[in-house]
Design a protein. Structure first.
Lengths: 437, 294, 282
């Protein structure tokens, strides 16, 4: 009986495999991505549109879990020689991918090998500079990029009698206090704290987070984010928890519900939460630029991006890469980018897409949605505001999360926690330097 | 351990063990060997540059104060989960053992969390205790408790303990009730005639008699807490906040799978393997004894 | 019972009912959450009573899909989970029966070596040895297949050990009698041992079916073809999609659906399950 069952299962299995492996004459291009939910559907649509636009190639997107799961799956697959053509990797994985010279196929090389016209100057400098090598060659294709902005609850602001959106940290605190006075229980919160409060805080105020131009100039970089400006800011945020001005709500985007449920009146996190806000917030909301710390700088520099890029992996047939190049070209077109930007809240990667969105009247109809682009292109990026490129950064971000959580929980001072974070982070940088040289 | 009466040597036994042995070799022994070898290397994620460093990964590991915290935390977590899951199950079983009518209904109602996937159990508990939306948090706030397991390590720990214990109560309950029902009723009645009340009877007769089951469950529960709670922790806290819920298995997963530090994560996984072998031997010796007495 | 004290009986019932209430509350919440719409699930306090969106959500999970925008309908994923769980359960039981039979009833060189080798696999979970097996599966061309999803998980020390115990308690006279009748080893296995281990097989089936159904990290790693996704792995994916808030109403609906088959298996086989588990040494 058992054997029969096994046979039955085997039969079912093989029949099923036979069904799914139907004959495919076209070249299949595998694309592993980390976009779940509604954005996952948009990714599907993007691939379908490309597939419909020509008949030689079929792009097959596969959802591989969150960013870390997707990246690990691709690495494991590469080691097993079963890698996809294209994999979406989040920005903190950039150093790891870059160091893997034999594994990745840089975009600029791919485009020239495939003979597909490629003009880097049409891309937004603040977006592509994060992913260039020291010679200014583009290594991976920016896909979903965003930058942290300050979201605020307009209805709550009105009720609390706050006239205008805050532009400095002092104003943020004053607004938070006014919100508390009007009966709210929390002033502001933020997510992705390393990205928002360290990486972007540094860029915004033009102070470095690590040596060697934040790692862009060399693999021998070390962290310096335990500087006075950041320590003071973190400490003062921690101190403001008691009165409810700040409330911590988790490492990633989990604190979004604090904002959409109306508990906190302000929220600093990615501009890409626009889609979720529209569907969940039952109040009027808006976004504005990150606040400036007037103790640290007189004017804001520019913010840096987050999100992910598409890396091309080596080891496939040469003929396939022509299709990959075509696809990269397709997704950079103004139409696709403008659509993606308007639907998701991610920033467009080309100037043309921003212009097209403007012409289509998107910014007029949705005031504030251009905040991210404005922030990113506020000034020409300096070595401190081009981005960060640190090895083992996934783990470093975990360390920063851990140490900051210790500050929020009151078990460490900001100075102690950031000193420890730098120390622990540097040993990971050392390890990375050793493993990749 | 071999039957006194048995079949002679032929090719047949080799054919019989072959499927199991092949799968074991290919999917267990070989990977374990790889892990051993990997623990002596420093390597980049893609395996493009490799350096053989002998025991350096272990030296780094054992110099890491945080690693010993992980050991302590794992011990605390396992004991607490086992204690709560077994204590609650024992109490429910003792009550159900007294009941003549409806015992089956109660059993049916208590048994099913066993079937829920750890990840799903994690999702349920995260949902109920979401600091903003959670239904329990709403009640806790009403009685003045500020719940935020994303910030408060103790609360995070209690959340994963609760979720893990919740899933295991059903299993323990089944074993306890079966053990209790196999105690001859005449023993209990005799004690009753001697004037022992129900509580006294439980502690002087029932509890000592089910000791083998209790010990067996202790091992099973500790193993469960060590390994099978991975899905729960992954869904609920991801080891945070500030490592407050990072147990040994999770550390290996996090360093290797998330951090892509293959050499660095192989070292703790070798340590974990040694612990596993130790636990296996304990369990083996115990079960072996139980068979002999039976 | 020896005495009849209503107050104690009352306490017993009350404790049990309280226990059930605590144990069952999470599932009630799951059900309630699956009956509301997205907006209601972001408003504090969350509902304790069902809403009217049950069928709408059910429809969404079955048609649009819940695997994170992959438009994989949940029915397809449940079918995959079912096949994988059955393959794992049946495969584990089969190879464990065979190897336990060999170890108990045959004398051959390396017998104990094999036994210890099997026994060592007892507890090391998939999570900590995941990359090397992945390479093997990839080399064998089993990515995105039911074989790849199940075979690496079918080595089972627990099952082998349990059958070994069961066989050890089978009286030697059985084999002697079978020999007198001229039965060969496989005949003995098929006609005597299998029927004797029926309840144990049933109990293990329940455990292993659940084990297989509940796998998630392994399927996540080795499937790239969305038509091979399993339902449990989809729930974790729905919990953390990039830059989006979790859609609790759909997550809970999918959770509810994903819980049903293993619960049905446990409850419907409950009697054999309990017997098989608790009476191995009889």
């Amino acid at each position: 009986m058992i054997l029969n069952k096994l046979k039955l299962a085997a039969l079912g299995a093989s029949a099923f495999v036979a069904l799914t492996v139907s004959a495919q004459a076209q070249v299949q291009i595998e694309w592993w991505h980390a976009m779940g939910g509604a954005n996952g559907e948009r990714v599907e649509r993007m691939a379908n549109d490309f597939n419909a636009s020509q008949s030689e190639y079929v792009v097959v997107p596969s959802y591989k879990g969150n960013y870390t799961e997707t990246m690990t799956a691709a690495v494991a697959a590469f080691r097993a020689n079963a890698q996809p053509h294209i994999v979406q990797v989040f920005e903190v994985g950039t150093a790891t991918m870059m160091a893997a010279k034999g594994a990745v196929y840089p975009i600029y090389e791919l485009m020239s090998d495939a003979g597909v016209a490629f003009d880097k100057s049409v891309y937004l400098p603040a977006v592509v500079s994060y992913y260039e090598d020291t010679n200014g060659n583009l290594l991976s294709m920016p896909f979903n990029s965003s930058t942290p902005v300050l979201w605020y609850n307009k209805d709550a602001f009105e009720k609390a009698g706050i006239a205008s959106a805050p532009t400095t940290w002092d104003e943020v605190n004053a607004a938070a206090q006014a919100l508390l006075d009007s009966g709210m229980t929390c002033g502001y919160s933020f997510g992705w704290q390393s990205w928002v409060m360290l990486e972007n805080y540094g860029a915004w105020h033009n102070i470095p987070m690590g040596t060697e131009e934040n790692g862009f100039a060399g693999i021998n970089t070390r962290f310096t984010f335990n500087n006075e400006a950041i320590v003071n800011r973190i400490q003062s945020i921690a101190d403001s928890q008691e009165s409810g001005i700040f409330k911590y709500g988790g490492r990633r985007g989990d604190s979004l519900s604090l904002f959409t449920s109306g508990e906190c009146g302000m929220w600093m996190n990615s501009s890409a939460y626009y889609g979720s806000m529209v569907s969940q917030a039952e109040f009027d909301f808006a976004q504005t630029m990150l606040p400036l710390d007037t103790d640290v700088a007189d004017k804001a520099q520019n913010s840096i991006i987050g999100g992910a890029t598409l890396w091309v992996l080596r080891g496939k047939d040469d003929a396939d890469y022509k299709g990959v190049a075509e696809f990269m070209n397709f997704i950079s077109s103004a139409e696709v980018q403008a659509w993606w930007h308007q639907e998701t809240g991610y920033v467009p990667i080309t100037t043309a897409a921003a212009v097209l969105s403007e012409e289509q009247g998107f910014y007029e109809a949705n005031p504030g949605t251009d905040t991210a682009i404005e922030q990113l292109s506020l000034n020409a990026p300096t070595p401190n505001s081009r981005g960060v490129r640190f090895g083992n950064f996934v783990q470093v971000r975990d360390i920063i999360n851990e140490e900051l959580e210790a500050v929020w929980a009151g078990s460490k001072t900001a100075q102690e926690a950031l000193d420890t974070a730098v120390e622990r982070g540097n040993s990971l940088l050392q390890k990375f330097e050793r493993a990749n040289s | 351990m071999l039957k006194r009466v048995h079949f002679g040597t032929s090719i047949l036994p080799y054919l019989l063990v072959a499927p199991q042995i092949i799968v074991t070799l290919v999917f267990f022994m070989w990977p374990a060997g790889q892990a051993l070898y990997q623990s002596l290397l420093i390597e980049d994620a893609f395996g493009l540059s490799t350096e053989f460093v002998w025991f350096e990964n272990f030296e780094v590991l054992f110099q890491d104060k945080l690693y010993f915290d992980t050991f302590r935390r794992t011990a605390f977590f396992s004991v607490t989960v086992a204690g709560i899951a077994m204590g609650a199950a024992l109490m429910l079983a003792a009550m159900a053992d007294r009941i003549v009518k409806g015992a089956l209904t109660y059993r049916t109602m208590l048994i099913w969390p066993y079937a829920v996937a750890p990840v799903i159990a994690g999702a349920l508990w995260v949902f109920m205790f979401d600091p903003t939306l959670g239904i329990f948090v709403y009640f806790l706030n009403m009685i003045g408790i500020d719940w935020n397991h994303k910030l408060n390590g103790d609360q995070a720990m209690s959340l994963v303990v609760m979720a893990s214990a919740w899933k295991q109560i059903a299993y323990n309950f089944l074993f306890f009730i079966a053990a209790m029902q196999s105690i001859p009723k005449s023993l209990i009645e005799a004690a009753g005639i001697d004037g022992a009340g129900p509580v006294k009877r439980f502690f002087t007769i029932i509890f000592p008699l089910i000791t083998p089951t209790t010990f067996f469950l202790l091992v099973v529960n500790v193993v469960y807490a060590f390994f099978d709670t991975f899905g729960i922790i992954h869904a609920v806290t991801q080891g945070g906040p500030a490592k407050a819920t990072e147990i040994l298995v999770y550390k290996v997963f996090n360093d290797g799978f998330v951090g892509l530090d293959l050499g660095g994560s192989a070292a703790p996984s070798v340590v974990l393997m040694v612990i596993v072998i130790g636990l296996t031997v304990i369990q083996f010796r115990y079960i072996e004894k139980k068979v002999e007495y039976a | 019972m020896i005495e009849n004290r209503p107050i104690i009986t009352f306490i017993a019932h009350a404790t049990l009912i309280l226990g059930i209430a605590i144990v069952a509350f999470p599932i009630w919440i799951t059900f309630v959450a699956s009956t509301h719409d997205a907006v209601r699930m972001t408003q504090v306090p969350l509902p304790l009573w069902p809403g009217d969106q049950f069928f709408a959500n059910l429809y969404t999970t079955f048609t649009v899909g819940a695997g994170g925008g992959n438009t994989v309908p949940v029915g397809m994923m449940m079918f995959n989970s079912l096949i994988v769980a059955l393959m794992i359960a049946v495969g584990k039981i089969t190879i464990s029966l065979l190897s336990a039979f060999a170890i108990v009833y045959f004398k051959f060189p390396f017998r104990m070596g094999f036994f210890w080798m099997i026994f060592l696999t007892l507890m090391l979970p998939v999570e900590v040895r995941i990359l090397p097996p992945f390479k093997v599966v990839a080399d064998l061309g089993m990515l995105n297949s039911y074989w790849g999803l199940s075979i690496p998980l079918i080595a089972s020390a627990t099952a082998t050990f349990m059958f070994r115990q069961v066989f050890l308690t089978v009286p030697d006279e059985m084999l002697e009698a079978a020999r007198v009748d001229g039965a060969g080893p496989m005949r003995f296995f098929w006609d005597i041992l299998l029927p004797l281990s029926r309840t144990n097989i049933a109990a293990l089936f329940v455990i292993l079916f659940i084990y297989g159904w509940n796998q998630y990290l392994w399927p996540l790693l080795i499937t790239t073809d969305s038509s091979m996704f399993t339902v449990v792995m989809s729930i974790k994916q729905m919990l953390e999609s990039a830059e989006q808030a979790p859609e609790w109403h759909l997550i809970m609906m999918t959770s509810l659906l994903a819980m049903l088959p293993p619960i049905v298996v446990v409850l419907s086989m409950q009697k054999m399950f309990v017997q098989g588990l608790t009476e191995t040494d009889k």
